[in-house]
Design a protein around this ligand. Structure first.
Ligand code: FUB
Ligand code: ZN
Length: 655
């Protein structure tokens, strides 16, 4: 265990990536159900100075850190104990949550993705040894939830009912455990081509099909994720039983005629196709809407499509924080009422932000509309990466937009914490962040989409011919993006370059937020030094061309400090402004504004200056506002709470 991380650190990721691009030991990924396909991680060499260090921190530090926590807190031991119990011994469960098994799965998932961008035989072997441990805890018929196998009469948490399998699906998390198992095992199979983890997942999925696929069984998961996990297994195995079970779980939700429904907390109050307001536990909701979008795509199901469209409209117009965060209430980790977006008590769970990206990416792949990437970009750069400290070993579970330096919003602390009894967020960050390069591009027939801006080199298959795309940029600190497009032989296709909503005077799709003033300056785009008079269609500049040789596209986005106002319906933000720069939301921390923090004021005609500070918080642009009597300083929201505990706010008085 010790050595592989040393090796990991010593070799440059970019160099290894060059070697492994197209080496394709990975299983070929096929997601043919969506009209638009992701361009997989194994086609991309990331060189970006903003994102690559974040991914490397996960690779070099956080994965090891989480595996160490899994070891010290009994997560591995539970699988071994379960194995002993299967063989007749007695044992007791360690840990506090019925879903502690998933921290192991999620860390394997992130490590598997990291193997694609930074191959490492020692890490891969280490994963194999953990997978062997997981296997020992699986019952002969495929059942896998260690606490129930070890001692079903003593659940790890009081709120879970004791007793036989599947007796308390509302809270037992047995099907949630299965869902994360499927997600992780499919990622591991894709990354390594190995079946060891996948076979464990398939055995478990076959058991679920046997039990829950039965036409007389109307039970469904408490916490959603089995749905998307089963669909991923279907995509690999072509076993339609998995797809049908995922759809059955969704169809039964809210169906009071056939089952005892659990209510809005679990999105189980009315049938999913009639749901049009995002309610209840926000992470559960995101995973469910992602599953519904899969069903809309795979079956071409219009009812499902209509529902996810309505749910998305409600979320972005009435329940979205400016940071992209969602889920206003601590109580029930849930969405609040429409426009209920408090700042100090905001929940905005890190996992919910991650779930929102998974959902929005699916909606994009179904429709080709960039508005979903406007939400993804806002979430990535703000609510989501705020969840992890710059050094990769401290975490936020909720992500408030204000702190008074006292209210203990973060599971009993007013600061980042090194781990939690319920460590869903740290391990979700681990599984998600190494996956980010998957989101940069997408392809459909004769079109290539450029959705996110980060330096990289990619080889994208267009009509089965390779096209090389290189991006060079210092985004989000500067708005210049150079995109090179190179083909070996002349090739006709359309390059669709996303123009972020914020660059066209739209804070978020919809009416929830607006800029205090509209900017006349807009983006500029040129092809081989000739300006293009570009119309934006569905959020993209479309460049159709017969591409020959190496071509340079230069995109210049208008980077300005902008003041944002929330809709008057958001009571919490009345009389307040937030400031943004490009995709980044800014905040003020007390330690930078010691004498005037409680009097901070953004005037309508405020003059701001922007300065790169390479030695601050890993290198950030800070924003200054000079008023008559004082200087105010703002930092990117994602970087707050990395120095010391104190007050913070995103929304600042404007009169
Ligand atoms: O219940 C499993 C996970 O734990 C949820 O997704 C999080 O919100 C946390 O409650
Ligand atoms: Zn979480």
């Amino acid at each position: 265990m010790k050595h592989f991380f040393l090796l990991f650190i010593s070799v440059s990721t970019a160099a290894i990536l060059t070697l492994c691009l197209f080496s394709c030991r990975q299983a070929e990924k096929k997601y043919m159900d969506y009209p638009i396909q992701q361009v997989s991680l194994n086609r991309i060499i990331l060189t970006d100075s903003f994102w690559l260090p974040k991914i490397q921190t996960i690779q070099k530090t956080t994965i090891r850190y989480a595996f160490d926590k899994c070891a010290s807190e009994g997560r591995f031991e539970n699988f071994i104990t379960a194995g002993k119990v299967i063989n007749g011994a007695k044992g007791h469960t360690r840990g506090a949550m019925p879903f502690d098994d998933t921290d192991v799965y999620k860390t394997i998932e992130g490590a598997a993705y990291s193997l694609i961008s930074a191959p490492d035989p020692e890490l891969e072997n280490y994963l194999d040894s953990i997978i062997a441990i997981v296997k020992t805890g699986q019952e002969p018929d495929g059942y896998l939830t260690t606490w129930r196998t070890i001692d079903s009469l003593n659940p790890p948490a009081q709120w879970v009912k004791r007793g036989a399998r599947w007796t308390d699906l509302g809270s037992s998390h047995e099907l949630y455990n299965s869902g994360h198992l499927f997600e992780a095992a499919t990622a591991h199979y894709w990354a390594t081509g190995k079946r060891n983890f996948l076979d464990i997942a398939i055995k478990n999925a076959d058991l679920l099909v046997k039990v829950f696929g039965d036409s007389a069984n109307y039970e469904i998961p408490g916490h959603q994720i089995a749905e998307t996990g089963l669909i991923k297994l279907y995509q690999i195995t072509d076993n339609e039983d998995y797809l049908q079970l995922a759809k059955k779980f969704l169809d039964l939700r809210g169906d009071a005629a056939r089952r005892q429904i659990r209510g809005a907390y679990s999105q189980d109050h009315i049938p999913v196709i009639r749901q049009d307001e995002v309610v209840g536990h926000a992470v559960r909701a995101m995973y469910m809407y992602a599953g519904m979008t899969d069903i809309a795509a795979i079956y071409g199901n219009k009812n499902y499509l209509n529902a996810v469209n309505n749910l998305w409209d409600n979320m972005v117009n009435k329940k979205l924080y400016i940071t992209g965060g969602i889920g206003a209430r601590h109580e029930g980790e849930s969405f609040g009422d429409n426009f209920e977006l408090p700042n100090l008590t905001a929940y905005s769970e890190t996992c919910a932000a991650i779930g929102s990206v998974y959902w929005n990416d699916r909606l994009f792949r179904l429709t080709g509309n960039s508005k979903y990437f406007d939400i993804i970009e806002r979430t990535l750069y703000n609510a989501l990466i705020a969840g992890i400290s710059l050094d990769g070993v401290e975490f936020f579970y909720p992500n408030p937009l204000e702190s008074d330096g006292q209210y203990k919003f973060n599971m009993g602390a007013c600061a980042r914490q090194s781990w939690f009894d319920c460590s869903c967020c740290p391990t979700n960050l681990i599984r998600f962040i190494p996956f980010i390069p998957n989101l940069i591009y997408a392809a459909q027939d004769d079109s290539v989409y450029v959705n996110l801006f980060m330096s990289n080199k990619a080889i994208i298959s267009v009509r089965e011919k390779p096209v090389e795309i290189r991006q060079n940029t210092n985004y989000p600190w500067q708005g210049n993006i150079r995109i090179n497009v190179k083909t070996e032989k002349p090739q006709k296709f359309t390059l669709k370059i996303r123009i972020p909503g914020w660059a066209m005077n739209e804070v978020t799709p919809g009416t929830l937020y607006s800029y205090a003033d509209n900017l006349d300056e807009t983006f500029l785009i040129s092809l081989n030094d000739s300006l293009i008079n570009a119309k934006v269609k569905n959020g993209y500049v479309e460049i159709f061309n017969e591409w020959t040789g190496d071509n340079l596209i230069e995109l210049v986005l208008p980077m300005k400090v902008r003041q944002v106002l929330a809709s008057n319906d958001v009571v919490a933000d009345r009389g307040l402004s937030a400031i943004e720069y490009g995709p980044l939301v800014y905040c003020a921390e007390e330690m930078d504004n010691i004498t005037n923090f409680d009097r901070l004021l953004i005037q309508p005609q405020a003059k701001f200056s922007v300065k790169m500070q390479p030695d601050l918080l890993g290198g950030v642009n800070v924003i200054y506002q000079q008023t008559e009597d004082s200087k105010q300083l703002f930092i990117p929201y994602y970087a707050w709470a990395n120095r010391k505990t104190g007050k913070m706010k995103v929304w600042i008085k404007n009169n």
